[in-house]
Write a protein that binds this ligand. Structure first.
Ligand SMILES: Cc1ncc(C[n+]2csc(CCOP(=O)(O)OP(=O)(O)O)c2C)c(N)n1
Ligand SMILES: [Mg+2]
Length: 550
C-alpha cells in the first residue's frame, strides 16, 4: 500500500472537520466514496491509528435513513446545548438523491448537516461513465452553500482542504450577521470528485494546518441589537410553537399573559400555561376570549392547529420571535419579527399594566376540559407524555400523535417541560424512526418516540442496524390504528367510505411483530393504558418497539 492523493484528501478533510467540532459521521457503503470510508473506518475504530482524530461513526445501508439519522443526531446535540454539524457520506448516483427528504427538513428547520457525496472527477462527468449524474447543484435552494470539490487534486494541499472545512462548517452553523436564509443553520453540500485509486492506502494522519485566522472549534457569532421591550398591554397572549424554548413561558409570566404552548415548544409548563387551549379555542367561550385578545406574541413556529393560526391571523397586534430557519416566512402582518427573544422581553411589567382577571378567565375556562378516558390513541399519547423526564427525552411523529399530545399533554411544573422533538420543518411522516434513533445518539439520553403505524411503516428500514453498529437507547411506541386515521377528521371524510379508505387511510395489514422480528428488534403489543405505562417504565438499554393496539 502506498499513500495516494484521494486518501490524503479524505484524511485531511476528516481531520480538519473534527478540529472544527464535526465528530458524528453517518456513512452508507459505496466504492467512489471509498477514500472517505477508509478514513472514517480508521478514525471510528476502537483503536484509531496514530495521529487519527476520533469520530463517532454510524453505518447505514439506506441513504435516506442515514440522512435522517444524521438529522436526528444534530437535533439531539442542539437540544443538549452542543450544536454541531453532522456529516453524511455517500457514493455517487441515486445514493445522493436519497438524501433529499432529510435535506429539505434540515433546510426548513435549521439543522446543520454536511453532505459529503462522492462523484467522478471532472474528466469522467458527462461522458457516460457508470453511476455518474449531475450531482452539483442537485439540492438547489435547500443548501446554505455547496462546492464542487476536486478532491484528488487537493490531496497535496491540506491548507486548502482546511479552508474548505472551515467554510463548510461556518455555513452549516449559519451566519447570524446575514439577513437571509444563510443566517440559520442548515445543510451544506460538498460534492467530492475522487480520481482512482480509491482503495485503502495506509497513509499517515497529519494535524490539519493552521489557517491565517485561527478560529478554534465552533465559531461564535455575536447577536445584533436589543429590540425594545414588549408593549405592556393587558390582554396579551403568548403562543409557543415548535422550538420556542422555556423563554416563552418566562415571557408569558413576566407579562401576566396566558401561554398556549405546543408539545414540541419545550415551554409547556408553569401556571400561565393553558394545556387545554386547543379544545378551549374550539369552543364558544374560547372564541369569545380570543376575540378580546389585544396582542399576540408568537415564539417558535406553531404548525399544529387551525384555531391557533386563526388567532394569529386576526391578531390586532402581532410580534414574532424565534420563528426558526423560516423567520422570513413569519406572518406578513407582524409589526416586529425578531430572530431571538431579547432579554428586555423578560422584564416584569408594572402591576398597573397587568390584568390578573385576564389570565384567570383563560385558566378557569381551560380547566373545564377533561382528560381522555378509556383506551385509544389519546390515552396512549398521555401515557407517553407522562413517561418523559430529564433522563428520557421524546420524539413525536407527524399526524395524529403530535395532535393528541397538543390536546391532552398536561403542563409540567414551571421550567420542567420535557424535551420533545419533532420534524416540524415540513411535518413529513418519513424518516421518523431514524430521526428518533439519532436524537438518542446525539443527546446521550434514552428516547421514547411516539408515532402512528403508517409513519412507522414508512421507514421501518430505520430499524436496519447491523451487528457491528451501536443500537440507540430507543423505545418506539407505535399507535396502531390500522392506517392514517387523521384523514377521517379532515374534509375528505365526506367521500364514500371505500374511497376514503383506499386512497387516504391506506390500511396496510402489516404484522408489526413479524416485521420487528425480521430486524431482530424486540417487540411487544399492549392493549391497555396500564400495560403501556408499565412497558414505558421498564429500563431501556437498546432499540425496542411497543405496539399500542388501539
Ligand atoms: C412523506 C409524507 N408523505 C405523506 C404525508 C401525508 N400524511 C400526513 S399524515 C399521514 C398518515 C399518517 O398515518 P399514521 O402515522 O398512522 O398516523 P395517524 O394519522 O393514524 O394518526 C400522511 C400519509 C406526509 N406528511 N409526509
Ligand atoms: Mg395510524
Amino acid at each position: 500500500m502506498s499513500e495516494h492523493p484521494s486518501g490524503a484528501f479524505a484524511r485531511a478533510l476528516v481531520a480538519a472537520l473534527v478540529e472544527r467540532g464535526v465528530e458524528d459521521y453517518v456513512l452508507s457503503p459505496g466504492s467512489r466514496s471509498g477514500p472517505l470510508a477508509h478514513a472514517l473506518a480508521e478514525a471510528g475504530a476502537e483503536n484509531p491509528p496514530l495521529g487519527a482524530p476520533r469520530v463517532d461513526l454510524h453505518v447505514r445501508i439506506d441513504e435516506r435513513s442515514a440522512a435522517f439519522l444524521a438529522l436526528g443526531i444534530a437535533r439531539g446535540r442542539a437540544a443538549a446545548g452542543d450544536p454541531r454539524p453532522v456529516a453524511i457520506v455517500t457514493t455517487s448516483g441515486t445514493a445522493v438523491g436519497n438524501l433529499l427528504p432529510a435535506v429539505m427538513e434540515a433546510h426548513h428547520s435549521g439543522v446543520p448537516l454536511l453532505l459529503l457525496t462522492a462523484d467522478r472527477p471532472a474528466e469522467l462527468r458527462g461522458v457516460g461513465a457508470n453511476q455518474t449524474t449531475d450531482q452539483v447543484g442537485i439540492f438547489g435552494g435547500f443548501v446554505r452553500w455547496e462546492a464542487d470539490v476536486p478532491a484528488t487534486d487537493l490531496g497535496a494541499r491540506p491548507d486548502r482542504v482546511t479552508a474548505l472545512a472551515e467554510r463548510a462548517v461556518r455555513a452549516a452553523l449559519g451566519d447570524r450577521a446575514r439577513e437571509d436564509m444563510a443566517a440559520a443553520p442548515g445543510p451544506v453540500h460538498l460534492d467530492v470528485g475522487f480520481r482512482e485509486p480509491l482503495g485503502a492506502d495506509g497513509g499517515v494522519w497529519h494535524d490539519p494546518p493552521r489557517l491565517p485566522t485561527p478560529t478554534g472549534g465552533i465559531p461564535v457569532v455575536a447577536d445584533r441589537g436589543e429590540p425594545a421591550p414588549l408593549p405592556p398591554v393587558a390582554r396579551g397572549v403568548v403562543i409557543a410553537g415548535d422550538g420556542a424554548g422555556d423563554v416563552a413561558r418566562q415571557v408569558a409570566e413576566a407579562h401576566g399573559w396566558p401561554l398556549l404552548a405546543e408539545p414540541t415548544s419545550l415551554a409547556r409548563s408553569g401556571s400561565h400555561c393553558i394545556p387545554d387551549y386547543v379544545r378551549l379555542l374550539e369552543s364558544q367561550q374560547g372564541a369569545d376570549l380570543a376575540a378580546r385578545v389585544h396582542q399576540v406574541v408568537v415564539i417558535g413556529r406553531p404548525t399544529l392547529t387551525r384555531p391557533v393560526q386563526a388567532l394569529i391571523a386576526r391578531a390586532p397586534a402581532l410580534i414574532v420571535a424565534r420563528f426558526g430557519a423560516r423567520w422570513r416566512e413569519a406572518p406578513p402582518h407582524a409589526q416586529r419579527v425578531g430572530r431571538d427573544v431579547p432579554a428586555s422581553w423578560l422584564w416584569s411589567v408594572a402591576q398597573d399594566d397587568a390584568d390578573p382577571a385576564w389570565l384567570a378567565e383563560w385558566r378557569s375556562a381551560g380547566a373545564r376540559v377533561h382528560t381522555p378516558e378509556g383506551w385509544g390513541p389519546r390515552v396512549a399519547a398521555v401515557a407517553f407524555a407522562q413517561s418523559l423526564g430529564p433522563d428520557v427525552w421524546g420524539v413525536v411523529g407527524s399526524s395524529g400523535p403530535v395532535r393528541a399530545l397538543d390536546r391532552f399533554m398536561p403542563a409540567a411544573s414551571a421550567g420542567a417541560a420535557p424535551v420533545l422533538l419533532a420534524n416540524r420543518g415540513l411535518a413529513g411522516i418519513d424518516g421518523t424512526v431514524s430521526t428518533a434513533a439519532g436524537v438518542a445518539f446525539g443527546s446521550g439520553r434514552a428516547v421514547h418516540a411516539l408515532m402512528g403505524d403508517v409513519t412507522f411503516l414508512h421507514e421501518a428500514g430505520g430499524m436496519l442496524i447491523g451487528p457491528r453498529e451501536r443500537r440507540p437507547r430507543l423505545r418506539i411506541v407505535v399507535v396502531n390504528d390500522g392506517g392514517g386515521t387523521i384523514f377521517s377528521g379532515l374534509e375528505h371524510s365526506a367521500a364514500p367510505a371505500e374511497n376514503l379508505e383506499r386512497v387516504f387511510t391506506t390500511p396496510h395489514g402489516a404484522d408489526l411483530a413479524s416485521l420487528c422480528a425480521g430486524y431482530r428488534v424486540p417487540h411487544r403489543a399492549v392493549r391497555s393504558a396500564g400495560d403501556l405505562t408499565e412497558a414505558l417504565a421498564e429500563p431501556l438499554t437498546t432499540l425496542e418497539v411497543v405496539e399500542a393496539v388501539v
